[in-house]
Design a protein around this ligand. Structure first.
Ligand code: ADP
Ligand code: MG
Length: 227
């Protein structure tokens, strides 16, 4: 029954997304086609056309790579994993990037190792999406605090940044595909994170104060043997 639920959830996600994806990918493709036409007609400004086309292809690649995580139904494979190890792996993975943004990642994790039933790559992807948003919200650097604790039969993981915060009107739109305030954003990270966490029976909430920062809280069910 669990498997079936996940499958139907995925199909409805695909349905919701199809129109938006087609639209988002059509724009860069139209641009590329236009510039190919210009090159064919013998213009001398080929280098510039080349730059523009590369940038548009890069954008298609980025959108596709973000969507791919939802597009592989066979990849949903739940296993017993240590949540603290997953958090530490992601921190290591992103340490070079954090450094580029002058951001320090700090962890305050519970002492006990806790196991959850999860698709490890999906959970890692969620943590990466959230941390990247935190870095991007702190252009002048700062700290991201990652906390975890047990509450009843759930584990709570918090990502607390000192960034720009999220105005109310933007907060209201979060979770809609392709909603972004960034010039080079895709507006997919949060929506995908939400779907992946919900596939795990968890939930994700946001607390934000403008100019102070944002806290993203994830709650995931513990394995039955621990409850
Ligand atoms: P993207 O990062 O590509 O814009 P996301 O879905 O990851 O797409 O995020 C959507 C929007 O939510 C961002 O453009 C930004 O406005 C806002 N946002 C998300 N996380 C944060 C954060 N930690 N601090 C400030 N704004 C955020
Ligand atoms: Mg993002």
């Amino acid at each position: 029954a669990q498997q079936l639920m996940i499958r139907s959830e995925k199909l409805s996600v695909a349905g919701e997304l199809a129109a938006g994806i087609a639209h988002e990918i059509r724009n860069p493709v139209t641009t590329i086609k236009g510039f190919l036409q210009l090159i064919k007609s013998g213009s001398t400004e080929k280098k510039m056309y080349y730059e523009i086309m590369s940038a548009e292809i890069g954008r298609i690649e980025l959108i596709l790579s973000e969507l791919l995580v939802l597009a592989k139904p066979q990849a949903t494979h739940f296993e017993r994993k240590k949540i603290k190890s997953i958090i530490k792996d992601v921190v290591t993975l992103l340490s070079a990037q954090a450094n580029m943004y002058n951001v320090v990642m700090e962890t305050e994790l519970m002492q006990k190792e806790i196991w959850i039933e999860c698709e490890e790559n999906h959970i890692k992807q969620v943590f990466i999406n959230i941390l990247k948003n935190a870095f991007e919200a702190m252009p002048h650097g700062g700290k991201v605090l990652i906390q975890s604790r047990i509450a009843r039969n759930h584990i709570i993981i918090r990502f607390i940044d000192q960034g720009s915060g999220i105005p109310k009107h933007i907060l209201a739109n979060l979770g809609q595909p392709f909603y972004t305030t960034k010039e080079k954003g895709t507006g997919l990270g949060f929506m995908i994170s939400k779907k992946l966490i919900e596939n795990h029976g968890g939930c994700i909430s946001l607390f934000s104060e403008e100019k102070k920062g944002t806290t993203v809280e994830i709650s995931l069910p513990l394995m039955k043997t621990f409850t």
